[in-house]
Design a protein around this ligand. Structure first.
Ligand code: ATP
Ligand code: MG
Length: 558
């Protein structure tokens, strides 16, 4: 039975607003900037923005916050749309762009000038910074602050018409150079950028600043609750100032929640872009990346990501979540939905010398013990099989229950075999194992009550299909990659062993038809997913999503 969960603080606010009639219908938005791919931090914002709308019968828009033409690109727009759909969030046909509102924003800026609340400033960026003052000292007014409304209107129009160069002039709100909130010290609201925009082309050479654009874009779309991460809390008074001065009816209200941080990774598009552009990973969708496209390629499911966000909850205090919890969530989900298969990643051949050379038997094997409706499949067995290299030891320690000279082991669902000999190469590496089987142990059952402690997986050699398997580990060696000595860089903490490629793996034949992104549990090894980029029907590539051992459970009990 589902437990009744207590409401988070945003749900409390929304319910109160509906109860008092401040709003009739909930309208939220998810506003990514198309300057990179979405990462798992964004899914927290999505779960809140789309989740709140869904829960209260409202709507959530997708709005690209595209006011910064140099860094933005349509390839990011497309990737973001794909990732949101994959997560299963519904924005219907409501895909909007901040740039769609450039005309309206321009009019709002003109209105501010007419009210004497904005002016064109000739100070350059360094001077503006210098005049701004500090947390302990008030700022200084610009000598251009008291231009007449007419002059401001004229200059602003000429800025728009391209008569000035980038950086030559800006439009600033006229608020208070002595305000204790530095955001109020005459913030810049428009700047000149002679850069084409991926949607508006050359139409504009002035672009609005985020703090000005965001509340007005929200207002234009009728957003009731503008939900964002906590770093925008200081911008809220300014957000409200614009709405108030422009006399926006039923203005949206902004509420902030804590940002998601996860150990052993970085959640910042700027840093992720650095990893991509520097070739430290194979791309935004490298399975080690915390991006949604990376996680998808690695084998994560939308359900497991949503469950993760649900488990960590929503608060206003930033914290760092252990990567192990995310792994725990995907393991939990895949345990229920992934079919079991046998695969040998580091194969060594076993010849079962008393097994008839041409005989092939087929065993019916359960696909998923967690879900009997998944039925069974046939797994062929023959004289030559592969087992994992480390399931055999020549000289094992006392409690080694796998195969050893003279020892007996159960082949999962097949027979007991006993090791009768082995061959090695000049380096002492085992190249072949000889064994005999007990025909009376068919199905892996003990014929006479004798105990065989070890059970290992196997693949019939003549039926095996070859595959490449990529094993992933944490992208960074340390919990907090930004933790570096002075002069260091987060990239110094990259884990050099985060990817191990195994080329010579042997899979049971039923995996032949495996499709990109299809997920399996390889018995005893972990969860694996067919790579959605490099895998081919005749050259399968699998990614390890996660191993079977749950380190989270251990961490949580500490
Ligand atoms: P980054 O620093 O990675 O570039 P951003 O905040 O600039 O992140 P945007 O594309 O502007 O990225 O973000 C869209 C929305 O996602 C914003 O509302 C932002 O608050 C939210 N968001 C981004 N990162 C996180 C995070 N780690 N946790 C929660 N919400 C986030
Ligand atoms: Mg941003």
């Amino acid at each position: 039975m589902a437990e009744e969960k207590s409401k988070n603080f945003i749900e409390e606010i929304v319910e109160e607003d509906l109860r008092t009639g401040r709003v009739k219908e909930i309208q939220t938005r998810f506003p990514p900037e198309p300057n990179g791919y979405l990462h798992i931090g964004h899914t927290k914002a999505m779960c809140i923005d789309f989740g709140i709308a869904e829960k209260y019968g409202g709507k959530c828009n997708l709005r690209f916050d595209d006011t910064n033409p140099e860094k933005e690109d349509v390839k990011y727009v497309n990737a973001i749309i794909k990732d949101i759909k994959w997560m299963g969030f519904d924005f219907g046909d409501r895909v909007y762009y901040g740039s769609d509102y450039f005309d309206k924003l321009y009019d709002y800026a003109v209105e501010l000038i007419k009210k004497g609340l904005a002016y064109v400033d000739d100070l350059d960026a360094d001077q503006i910074r210098e005049y701004r003052g500090t947390l302990t000292e008030p700022g200084k007014e610009s000598p251009w602050r008291n231009r007449s409304i007419e002059e401001n209107l004229d200059l602003f129009e000429r800025m728009k018409n391209g008569e000035f160069e980038s950086g030559e002039k800006v439009l600033r709100a006229k608020i208070d150079m002595a305000s204790p909130n530095i955001n109020f010290r005459d913030p810049v609201i428009y700047r000149i950028k002679k850069e084409p925009h991926h949607r508006t082309g050359d139409k504009w050479c002035i672009y609005p600043m985020y703090d000005f654009a965001h509340p007005l874009q929200d207002a234009i779309e009728g957003i009731t609750h503008s939900l964002c991460s906590i770093e925008f809390a200081n911008n809220r008074p300014l957000y409200e100032w614009f709405l108030e001065k422009l006399e926006i009816p039923n203005p949206p209200r902004q509420y902030e929640f804590a940002r998601l941080n996860i150990t052993h990774t970085v959640l910042s598009k700027r840093k992720l872009r650095e990893l991509v552009e520097g070739g430290y990973v194979s791309g935004w969708n490298d399975p080690r990346m915390p991006t949604l496209s990376g996680l998808r390629r690695r084998g994560f499911t939308p359900e497991s990501i949503r469950n993760f966000i649900d488990l960590i909850g929503i608060s206003r205090t930033n914290s760092v979540v252990d990567w192990g919890l995310l792994e725990h969530c995907v393991r939990d989900h895949l345990n229920k939905v992934a079919d079991r298969r046998m695969a040998v990643l580091r194969p060594v051949k076993v010849v079962i010398e008393n097994y008839p050379e041409d005989l092939v038997e087929e065993f019916d094997v359960e696909n998923n013990p967690e879900d009997p409706s998944k039925g069974t499949r046939k797994v062929p067995f023959s004289r030559d099989i592969y087992i994992e290299e480390d399931d055999f030891m020549i000289d094992p320690p006392r409690k080694y229950f796998r195969l050893k000279p003279g020892g007996e082991v159960r082949l999962k669902n097949a027979y007991f075999i006993k090791c009768t000999g082995y061959e090695t190469d000049e380096n002492g590496k085992v190249t072949l194992i000889r064994a005999t089987y007990d025909p009376a142990s068919r199905g892996g059952e003990s014929p006479d009550g004798r105990k065989v402690r070890g059970t290992i997986h196997w693949v019939s050699a003549k039926h095996a299909i070859d595959a490449e398997v990529r094993l992933y580990d944490m992208l960074f060696n340390v919990e907090n990659p930004d933790d570096v000595p002075e002069g260091g860089d987060f990239k110094d903490n990259l884990n050099p062993e985060s990817l191990i490629v195994l080329k010579n793996c042997k899979l049971e034949p039923s995996l032949k038809e495996a499709q990109p992104e299809e997920k399996f549990q390889f018995l005893r090894l972990g969860y694996f997913c067919v790579d959605n980029v490099d895998s081919r029907p005749d050259a399968l590539v699998f990614n390890r999503t996660v191993g079977l051992k749950d380190t989270w459970a251990k961490i949580a009990s500490k």
